[in-house]
Ligand binder design. Structure first.
Ligand SMILES: Cc1ncc(COP(=O)(O)O)c(C=O)c1O
Length: 393
C-alpha cells in the first residue's frame, strides 16, 4: 500500500526546517563542529526553584491522573503575573485558559473559530503555525506584508474591503518571530478600532513578552482599551522561564473566545501534567529577578553577535526583542542557498527566511541559543565564509 499525506498536510511548510535539520546532522556526522542557531529552544535552564517544585510534585504518585482544564491556582497565577508585569487585570475564572504551550492554542484556534472559506489575516513573514492552523481549518489566508519601511506593521487600510467582509480573524505578534519588531500602544489602538469596524477577532501572540531589550516597554495587547472586546493574547512559559519542553502556556482575554477554545480543546487533550502546572505557578508568582537577569543575558548575546557580524562587513539590524536576529542576507544570495552553504562551509546553522513566508526571502533567522563565546565564533566563521564566497562583485 502507498499512503500519502492529505492535501492539508501537503500545504504545510515544515520541509525547510527538516532540510536544515538534515543538513546539520549530515555536517555533524562528517565530523564538523556545527554551531546550531537554528531552533528557538532556549539553552538556558529554568530557575532552580521551578525545577525543585517539579521534582517535589513528581514524587507524589497521586498526581499522575488527567488534569483536564488545569488547576484554578494556575489561572490565579497567570492573572497575578499579568497584573504585575503588564498592568492588565484578568478574571482568572473566565479570562484565562491553560494550554499545552501557546502552540497548542495557536494550532487549534482557527479550527474552533472559523468556517471553511473564512479569511484570516496573517503576517508575512510570520511564525509558521499561523498559516498552518488556517489551512487545517480550511480557511483562506490573506497575507499582511511586514516591511521594514512600515516599521514591520501591516497597512490595515490597504486590505481590500471585499476581503475584510469575509475575514473572521487576524493574527499579529509584537515582538514576533521571525520579525522581532515591537509595536507601540498607538498601533494596538488602531488594531482595536479596525477590528471593531470590521468585526474581526484579533489574536496577539506575546510569546516573547519577557525578552524585550534596551528598557523598551513590554506592552500587552490586553492593556489597550477595548482589547478584551475584540481579542485574545497567547503567552507561554517556554521562553520566559525556559520551560519549552514542559509544554505549558495560556491564552487570556475575550471570554467568549476562551470558552469556545476550551470547549474545542476538551475533545482533544486531557491537560498538562500536574507537577508542571505547580512548577508554572511557582514561576509566575516568583519575585521576577530571574527575568531581569535573563533579559540582560540575551541582550549581551545580541550585542556580541551583531558586533561580530559587523566586523565581517555584514550589517545586521539590532533586534529590539526576542531570542532571534532577523538578518537581511548579503547581496547575491537566495535565503536557502545562503543558509545551506553556511552549514556546509562554515558550520553555522540558521533558518532561511522563506520558511516564514514569501517576504522572508532575502533574510535568515539566527537564534541566539548559544553562549556569547559560541556566537563570537559563529561570527568569525561567517566572516571567513563571506571572504571566500563573497558575491558582491
Ligand atoms: C512566536 C511564537 N509563538 C508561539 C510559539 C510556541 O511556543 P510554545 O508552544 O512553546 O509556547 C513559539 C515557539 O517558538 C513562537 O516563536
Amino acid at each position: 500500500m502507498n499512503f500519502v499525506a492529505s492535501d492539508k498536510v501537503k500545504k504545510m511548510s515544515a520541509s525547510i526546517f527538516q532540510e536544515v535539520a538534515n543538513r546539520k546532522l549530515a555536517a555533524i556526522k562528517s565530523g564538523k563542529d556545527v554551531i546550531d542557531l537554528s531552533v528557538g529552544s532556549p539553552d538556558f535552564p529554568p530557575p532552580g526553584f521551578v525545577v525543585d517544585t517539579l521534582i517535589d510534585y513528581a514524587g507524589d504518585a497521586s498526581k499522575y491522573g488527567y488534569t483536564l482544564a488545569g488547576i484554578p491556582e494556575f489561572n490565579d497565577a497567570v492573572s497575578y503575573f499579568y497584573q504585575q508585569r503588564y498592568a492588565v487585570e484578568l478574571n482568572p475564572r473566565s479570562e484565562v485558559l491553560q494550554l499545552m504551550g501557546s502552540q497548542d492554542g495557536l494550532a487549534h484556534l482557527a479550527s474552533a473559530i472559523i468556517n471553511p472559506g473564512d479569511y484570516v489575516l496573517v503576517p508575512d513573514p510570520g511564525y509558521p503555525i499561523y498559516e498552518a492552523s488556517v489551512n487545517i481549518a480550511g480557511g483562506a489566508i490573506y497575507p499582511m506584508p511586514l516591511l521594514a519601511e512600515n516599521k514591520y506593521q501591516p497597512k490595515l487600510d490597504e486590505i481590500p474591503l471585499d476581503i475584510l467582509a469575509q475575514t473572521k480573524m487576524m493574527i499579529i505578534s509584537y515582538p514576533g518571530n521571525p520579525v522581532t519588531a515591537l509595536a507601540d500602544k498607538a498601533f494596538f489602538e488602531k488594531v482595536v478600532t479596525f477590528a471593531k469596524r470590521h468585526d474581526i477577532l484579533v489574536v496577539h501572540d506575546f510569546a516573547y513578552s519577557e525578552l524585550i531589550f534596551d528598557g523598551n516597554p513590554q506592552i500587552s495587547f490586553m492593556s489597550v482599551p477595548g482589547a478584551k472586546e475584540v481579542g485574545i493574547e497567547f503567552n507561554s512559559l517556554s521562553k520566559t522561564f525556559n520551560m519549552a519542553g514542559c509544554r505549558i502556556g495560556y491564552v487570556v482575554g475575550n471570554k467568549q473566545v476562551i470558552d469556545i477554545l476550551a470547549s474545542f480543546k476538551s475533545h482533544i487533550d486531557y491537560g498538562v501534567f500536574y507537577p508542571i502546572q505547580k512548577a508554572a505557578v511557582r514561576a509566575l508568582t516568583s519575585d521576577f529577578t530571574f527575568l531581569q537577569t535573563q533579559v540582560k543575558e540575551y541582550e549581551l548575546r545580541r550585542d556580541v553577535l551583531i558586533s561580530g557580524l559587523k566586523k565581517s562587513g555584514w550589517q545586521v539590524a539590532k533586534s529590539p526583542a526576542t531570542m532571534f536576529v532577523w538578518a537581511r542576507i548579503p547581496a547575491g544570495w537566495r535565503s536557502r542557498e545562503f543558509a545551506f552553504e553556511l552549514i556546509d562551509q562554515a558550520g553555522v546553522a540558521v533558518i532561511p527566511g522563506d520558511a516564514f513566508g514569501e517576504l522572508g526571502e532575502g533574510y535568515v533567522r539566527i537564534a541566539m541559543v548559544q553562549p556569547p563565546e559560541r556566537l563570537t565564533l559563529a561570527a568569525e566563521r561567517i566572516d571567513e565564509f563571506l571572504t571566500v564566497y563573497s558575491r558582491n562583485n
